[in-house]
Design a protein around this ligand. Structure first.
Ligand code: UT7
Length: 337
């Protein structure tokens, strides 16, 4: 039976490190508040004047993933690109990756599921692989958040959390016993769409013509990311365990056998809460939010790539990846590496 395995992983983060103290120079915040509430110590920012864009970050991560898979751009049958910070409003980043990598004129799909973007993208890749349609799919999560964050005190509740970066995985068809994606689940609850969102431009609050009006009524809340942090936190700590349990129930695997849990890196407190709820040991959970902040669709593939580099994942290991975020959307992928 055909199953999906990950044959190569890669990641890239910009060189520019922004510490909590650096943020305290431009807004009313401090290292103690950020560490205590989120666990974040520093993050990477491309910055407003960078020549690189989100698709360029994706290219760097994808090149590493293809190299590690022993494949070239010509071997890739399909691209799935997840981001909330695309180069253009449209078209999406998938086609830019196709062109920049020099892939054939293969299909390129864009996923707009924010923090759950990589989980949705990986689940979709898995369905295409198991159906026999494609053999090698490049799945990428990349974000250039720093371009659109409100770097004043007004935006501190959001801006201190997010960082830039990209992660990628080559998902390939495999018939070896005891390996591959075992179960996936994806969920959404659109009634909370505006609890974590960028509202403008869009067909509800306004489009380009509104921007051109001299007396336009656009507010900072509409153009910058808006997050009801407390509410998102409470929902996250409920949905994470639900989704993990569902992944295990569908699979026949036992949570005691889990080698590594890779949560979306939203907040260290959320990951620690979920760890306690699930009864997992420290060595069973991967956290790197301390270094990179929350990189949204890039967070799980960056963590996955680092975990592989550190030798924390070996062939046949049971791995669970789970995310929750804007939409709200959430979901998990459970696999034997
Ligand atoms: O990946 C997408 C999913 N996103 C998440 O999972 C995020 C979930 N939420 C969270 O992680 C937390 O809610 C935050 C870290 C965003 C905020 O932590 P909190 O404990 O919920 O703080 P709060 O929003 O209730 O704010 C507490 C206080 C407020 O001041 P007052 O009203 O008590 O005087 C804020 O104005 O902290 C203030 N505050 C800050 N102070 C210093 C908010 N942001 C900052 C800041 N520095 N950066």
């Amino acid at each position: 039976m055909i199953k999906s395995i990950i044959t190569g992983t890669g990641h890239y983060v910009p060189e520019n490190t922004v510490t909590n103290d650096d943020l305290a120079k431009v807004m009313d915040t401090n290292d103690e508040w950020i560490r205590e509430r989120t666990g974040i110590e520093e993050r990477r920012h491309l910055g407003r004047n960078s020549e690189l864009s989100t698709s360029d970050l994706g290219v760097k991560a994808a090149e590493m993933a293809m190299k590690n898979a022993g494949l070239t751009a010509k071997d890739i049958d399909f691209i799935i690109f997840a981001t909330l910070s695309p180069d253009y409003f449209f078209p999406g980043c998938g086609v830019l990756l196709q062109q920049k990598l020099g892939c054939d004129t293969i299909g390129a799909l864009d996923v707009r599921n924010q923090c759950s973007g990589f989980i949705y993208a990986l689940s979709t890749a898995d369905a295409y692989i198991r159906s026999g349609i494609y053999k090698n799919i490049l799945v990428v999560g990349a974000e250039d958040h720093s371009f659109g964050l409100d770097m004043t005190t007004r935006g501190r509740g959001v801006s201190v959390i997010f960082g830039d970066g990209a992660g990628a995985a080559v998902v390939s068809a495999n018939e070896e016993e005891g390996r591959g994606i075992i179960s996936t689940n994806m969920h959404s609850q659109g009634e909370y769409a505006e609890e974590l969102a960028v509202l403008f431009p869009g067909t509800i609050y306004g489009w380009s013509d509104v921007l051109l009006e001299e007396d336009n009524q656009i507010t900072a809340d509409q153009i910058y990311p808006h997050m009801n942090g407390n509410f998102v936190f409470k929902q996250a700590v409920t949905r994470f365990p639900e989704s993990i349990k569902e992944a295990f129930e569908k699979s026949g695997e036992k949570i005691e056998d889990l080698k590594l849990f890779i949560p979306h890196q939203a907040n260290l407190r959320i990951s620690q809460f979920v760890q306690r709820q699930m009864g997992l040991r420290d060595d069973q959970v991967f956290n790197n939010i301390q270094k990179y902040g929350n990189t949204t669709a890039a967070s799980i593939p960056i963590a996955l790539s680092e975990a592989v580099q550190q030798g924390r994942i070996q062939k046949g290991d049971l791995i669970c990846m789970t995310a929750f975020g804007s939409g709200f959307t959430w979901g998990s992928v459970l696999m034997r590496w």
